[in-house]
Design a protein around this ligand. Structure first.
Ligand code: CO8
Length: 261
């Protein structure tokens, strides 16, 4: 797989995608969002891949939409294309992926970059990570979920302040606020994300899908509907051979040999 704006590597059940526009802090242009969407689709369909990582490397995640490309767009163009959901690009691909997607973030994750990491299933942050929705400072507003996902993740007070003022959140504040799952030194970011992804990929894949679907229900559904959904999935998991294998392996004090992974 060879792309202009992203690098891809598959190893030990993990697909690692690295955003690759270093001269412009990985600014998200239409080539990048299209290529990222294509890569996610490829990894989603790759039998050997059980978990996906999106990272920008150890300097920056992404400083947002490519402002130079965006600045001359018109309302009819954005409206007609339903921007940024252009064709089958990364936003749809991330939203629809059944395999877990981890965002590994060092440095700035701003604007569309922040929206991208929030669309992933969880974020592991390097100590240098900075999150923000600075769109207001360039005369626009978040367009790929910033006002919605940030509010759900950190609550109205912080989301409102950040979106209104453009104030960034550092890694420590992001962890305190529940935006990221944990913080690690930048030198350990890639390895930590990889080990976490490899652990996820070693579990039974259909069960991993069920976990992801069930946790996601908690974001939108009522508690009552979410609990019912979880209970049904719990019962359904007993239909998988991997469930029997997992419990039998525990009882026999050995590692499970899952069929589906
Ligand atoms: N677009 C294009 N180029 C950028 C961007 C960007 N978003 N961010 C940085 N760059 C470029 C700079 O122009 C500069 O290029 P050059 O060397 O040719 O001058 C290079 O990257 C390095 O940047 P700086 O010199 O500015 O580096 P600093 O360390 O001084 O500052 C900042 C870093 C704070 C990140 C600063 O670059 C900045 O404020 N960038 C813009 C941040 C921003 O406003 N982001 C929001 C964009 S709007 C948005 O994301 C809307 C999302 C809509 C949906 C998603 C669609 C994909």
């Amino acid at each position: 797989m060879s792309y202009e704006t992203v690098l891809v590597e598959v190893k030990e059940g993990v697909g690692v995608i690295t955003l690759n526009r270093p001269k412009v802090m990985n600014a998200l242009n239409q080539t990048l969002t299209r290529e990222l969407g294509e890569v996610i689709d490829v990894l989603e369909n790759a039998e050997e891949v059980g978990c996906i990582i999106i990272t920008g490397g150890d300097k920056v995640f992404a400083a947002g939409a490519d402002i130079n490309e965006m600045k001359d767009l018109t309302f009819p163009q954005l409206y007609m294309a339903n921007f940024p959901y252009i064709q089958r690009d990364c936003w749809r691909a991330i939203d629809e992926a059944r395999k877990p997607i981890i965002a590994a973030v060092a440095g700035f994750a701003l604007g569309g970059g922040c929206e991208m990491v929030m669309a992933c299933d969880f974020i592991i942050a390097g100590e240098t990570a900075k999150f923000g929705q600075p769109e207001v400072t360039i005369g626009t507003i978040p367009g790929a979920g910033g006002t919605q996902r940030l509010t759900k993740a950190v609550g109205k007070a912080k989301a409102m302040e950040m979106c209104l003022s453009g104030r960034m959140m550092d890694a420590a504040e992001a962890e305190r606020s529940g935006l990221v799952s944990r913080i690690v030194p930048v030198e350990e970011l890639a390895e930590t994300a990889f080990k976490t992804a490899r652990k996820i990929a070693s579990n039974s894949r259909p069960v991993v899908y069920m976990v992801k679907e069930s946790v996601n229900m908690a974001v939108d559904a009522s508690l009552r509907d979410g609990l019912a959904f979880e209970r049904r999935n719990f019962a359904s998991s007993f239909a998988f051979e991997d469930c029997k294998e997992g419990m039998t392996a525990f009882a026999e004090k050995r590692k499970p040999d899952f069929k589906h992974r």
